[in-house]
Design a protein around this ligand. Structure first.
Ligand code: HEC
Length: 147
């Protein structure tokens, strides 16, 4: 009989895990993703500024992180999301399609850059300028500064 208990417990754990995922969309879960994007953009920035030598692996990893994280980010804005987040403009909820489109554009731009990997410091700088436009456009429209 013991295996039944284990199976039941596992099934329960699965339900619990599922609800944790569904309850995503908190300020912290969004910030964690944005921090990942920010760190990746920072790594590219260090190369663009010449603080770090050009490294194709770092460029590839950073662009991959941005492309993938930008895809996951809009999922943080769902029916169960925390809509009282003081850093998120209530406009997001009325313009969810536009918001998602802005995230998708960042992801697509990062993927385009991945396909033609910037080959030197200047290339990384140009890529960062393109990506940065996406960050700015969305932050300006949908992020509320705390201070
Ligand atoms: C689709 C919209 C969108 C795009 C594109 C976007 N951001 Fe954000 N970003 C947000 C929102 C919304 C917040 C606030 C999240 C919250 O408070 O829940 C945020 C917050 C942040 C934060 C704050 C994290 C913290 O610790 O408080 C950083 C850093 C950040 N973004 C970096 C970037 C960078 C770098 C890019 C571009 C490579 C970018 N973001 C692109 C919407 C976006």
């Amino acid at each position: 009989m013991r295996w039944r208990v284990i199976v039941a417990a596992t099934a329960l754990a699965g339900v619990a895990f599922g609800s944790v995922v569904a309850a995503d969309g908190t300020h912290d879960s969004r910030i964690a993703l944005m921090k990942k994007i920010g760190a990746a953009a920072g790594a590219l920035g260090a190369i663009a500024k010449g603080d770090k030598p050009y490294d194709a692996e770092v460029v590839k990893a950073s662009l991959t992180t941005i492309a993938e994280t930008a895809k996951a980010f809009p999922n943080q804005f769902n029916a169960d999301s925390d809509k009282t987040d003081p850093e998120v403009n209530p406009k997001v909820w009325d313009n969810l399609d536009d918001f998602k489109a802005k995230a998708a554009k960042l992801s697509t731009d990062a993927e385009t850059a991945l396909a033609q990997l910037p080959a030197d410091q200047a290339g990384v700088g140009a890529t960062l300028k393109t990506l940065g436009g996406n960050c700015g456009a969305c932050h300006q429209a949908y992020r509320i500064k705390k201070d």
